[in-house]
Every structure is written in C-alpha cells, then in structure tokens.
Design a protein around this ligand. Structure first.
Ligand code: SF4
Ligand code: SF4
Length: 102
C-alpha cells in the first residue's frame, strides 16, 4: 500500500462542469455528478478512492475550486498541497521547470 494517500475537495457550487479535471486525472478518479449545482451545472466529484495527490486536477481547473490534500498513512497527518484562491486574472503555473541560471 502506498505510504501517501491523496484526497481532493471540490467546491461544487463553484464548479462549471468543464470536465478538464476529469481529463487531467491520471487515475480516472473524478467524474461528473448526476446532480446539478445552483449555477445549473453538473459538478465534478471524486468517484474512486485512488487519489495519490498528484495535483493535476487542481492545476487545470479554470475556476480554482479544487483543493488537494496528501495524507501520510503512517503519521495520519493530512495537509493541503495545492490550493488556488481568489484568482482574479490570467495566471501561469509551471510545474517542474527550473528557471534559467539555476
Ligand atoms: S490529485 Fe491527481 S490523482 Fe487525485 S483526483 Fe486530482 S488528478 Fe486525480
Ligand atoms: S476543472 Fe474545475 S470547473 Fe471544471 S469540472 Fe473540474 S472542478 Fe469543475
């Protein structure tokens, strides 16, 4: 069993059902719900308990409504590892790219 367990929390009332997180998840852990939120969208939900906390879903969500957690199974410690909030304009996120000169 993997030492690290991932989990996500989706602010479903702010989700617009664009499905980008579903496509981005390498473990097929996310799907659109049958239910509809107050905005009239089918929202994304975690459907498989296989999340490893890779953060891909949170990084592609255009509405920044996904928070990713990682839990150490041995210590039981759970902490957020990806959370975008109060995004008011275009942002650029680079993952694993070192700046020139480093
Ligand atoms: S953190 Fe990674 S594995 Fe977990 S739901 Fe998001 S994309 Fe899938
Ligand atoms: S990427 Fe964000 S807005 Fe799009 S379906 Fe997933 S949670 Fe909803």
């Amino acid at each position: 069993m993997a030492k690290i367990r991932g989990d996500i929390k989706i602010d479903v009332e702010k989700c617009k059902g664009c499905e980008l997180c579903i496509v981005a998840c390498p473990l097929d852990a996310i799907a659109l719900s049958d239910g509809i939120n107050k905005q009239g969208y089918h929202y994304a939900v975690l459907v498989e308990d296989v999340c490893n906390g890779c953060k891909s879903c949170a990084l592609v969500c255009p509405d920044a409504v996904i928070t990713v957690y990682r839990e150490d199974r041995e210590s039981g410690k759970k902490e957020p590892v990806a959370e975008l909030r109060k995004v008011t304009g275009d942002i650029t996120i680079q993952v694993g790219v070192e700046e020139e000169g480093n």
